[in-house]
Write a protein that binds this ligand. Structure first.
Ligand code: HAM
Length: 433
């Protein structure tokens, strides 16, 4: 039986792969105008980074991590021994923790320095139940800004993300930007206690998991999809009623900058996001027409305590990530399809096999001149070569025939204009197009 991909993993075939590269390039171009520089961190980190950074009680850490035991440690495990947590490695479920680790490890934000503005693109891994828009390996583009806590950082990040979505072609009316503030270590504990007390009062109507959550991390219950829990949590205390003065001021300033940029948003006091590192601003962009339960195309927020959590000095941070595959779904819903692109501009065909060497010489000259070119590498008649040129969407076909070549000429067909002309073989790379 043929071996196939495991569920939740996808191949990107050429049209999709090309679209992905354009997608990343577009993000790099736009984000660079806001001062973001690329960073590439490994796809694997020590497990403890995610446990400490993202939070043990989150679904991502408690249920969805692909954790690898290296061969060296496997013997210990099979022998019934315990493996030190630092020697366990995990495929990154998201990019923020790794970037913050790198910033701390390389001291990219020394005291008094300008903020480090970093962007990344690449695969993330979560062992979730696969469905449309929910993969086990998916691609994110993300940014992180470390070293500044001003609300203008949050606002420009949100504005930049919406700019990117607009440039991609996702219509503004088919997405919604949700914004909230999670407060800080000063005001959140009282809020958490209020939610816990409220959940205890409504324990009968909550699912078992939410009753458990009430004790460990009550805010996670806002993400529960159980209809009875959703109804109860709709009426739970709102964080906005508990924000301290500094957090309220910060939140108001973020909203003011975003409004001034002409970007519509909806305040959602139930938006808590699935990762524990957030403080103050959180936001999410949801696609409205994607016909998929997995409609969050991007999201992020502020994480002022994360650098300390992973062992660095106090460094405020803000960032977001967007999902490539979900943006694709949103673009499809907006009627945008990804067409196959031509794989060559000029196809060099031969009337018979005796001219293969000359054809090989001409394609090389065309390529050296920067013209995408290809020729026949199989056993094909001229007719079949012309069909192939059509399939490759070649604009021109150069047909090498013994008689023309004897006169130093080659026939060039324009496949769009349906015209033909003869050009000098020796000069073809310069005069053919
Ligand atoms: P996140 O909301 O977990 O945030 O993921 C960001 C985006 O990745 C989502 O909005 C979604 O588009 C995509 N995504 C997440 N999980 C999947 C999946 N299983 N399949 C397909 N796409 C998925 C973060 O990861 C944070 N690190 C964002 C951030 C950066 N916060 C601060 N800085």
């Amino acid at each position: 039986m043929a071996i196939t991909l495991p569920a939740g993993f996808e191949d990107m075939l050429p049209a999709e792969a090309r679209f992905y590269h354009d997608f990343v390039e577009t993000a790099q171009r736009i984000f660079a105008t806001y001062g973001y520089q690329p960073i590439i961190t490994p796809q694997v980190e020590v497990t403890e980074l995610f446990v400490r950074g993202i939070g043990e009680a989150t679904d991502v850490v408690s249920k969805e991590m692909f954790t690898a035991i290296s061969g060296e440690n496997l013997g210990t495990l099979l022998g019934g021994g315990r493996i030190k947590s630092k020697s366990r490695l995990t495929l990154r479920p998201e990019g923020t923790a790794g970037v913050v680790r790198a910033v701390v490890e390389h001291d990219l934000v020394p005291q008094g320095a300008a903020p480090a503005k970093l962007m990344y693109a690449g695969p993330m891994f979560r062992a979730e139940r696969p469905q449309k828009g929910r993969l086990r390996q998916f691609n994110q583009i993300g940014i992180e800004c470390l070293g500044a806590e001003a609300p203008s950082v949050d606002a420009e990040g949100i504005i930049m993300l919406m700019r990117f979505f607009a440039e991609l072609g996702i219509p503004s009316e088919s997405m919604v930007l949700l914004v909230n503030s999670m407060g800080c270590e000063k005001c959140r504990p009282a809020y958490r206690d209020a939610v816990r007390a409220y959940m205890d009062d409504h324990a009968d109507g909550l699912c078992d998991q939410c009753n458990e959550r009430a004790q460990i991390n009550p805010l996670r219950a806002f993400d529960c999809k159980n209809p009875s829990c959703e109804k109860i949590m709709d009426a739970a205390p709102k964080i906005t009623d508990y924000l301290c003065d500094e957090c309220r001021e910060h939140y108001t300033a973020v909203l003011a900058y975003v409004s001034a940029a002409g970007i519509a948003y909806v305040e959602d006091p139930k938006l808590v996001r699935g990762l524990d590192y957030y403080t103050r601003t959180v936001f999410e962009v949801q696609a409205l027409d994607s016909n998929s339960a997995q409609n969050a195309i991007g999201g992020g927020g502020r994480y002022d305590k994360l650098a300390q959590e992973v062992g660095g000095r106090d460094t405020p941070g803000f960032g977001f990530a967007l999902g490539f595959e979900r943006c694709r779904i949103a673009l499809e819903a907006a009627g945008r399809s990804i067409a196959d692109a031509p794989s060559c501009t000029v196809f060099v065909a031969t009337v018979d096999d005796s001219l293969k060497t000359q054809a090989f010489d001409l394609v090389q000259r065309l390529r050296d001149a920067g013209i995408p070119a290809d020729t026949n590498h199989q056993d094909r008649s001229l007719k079949s070569q012309l069909k192939l040129a059509n399939r490759l969407q070649a604009r021109y076909v150069a047909v090498l025939g013994p008689d023309e070549l004897a006169e130093g000429m080659v026939t060039v067909r324009d496949m769009v204009e349906h015209t033909e002309r003869a050009v000098p073989f020796a000069e073809a790379q310069r005069v053919l197009i």
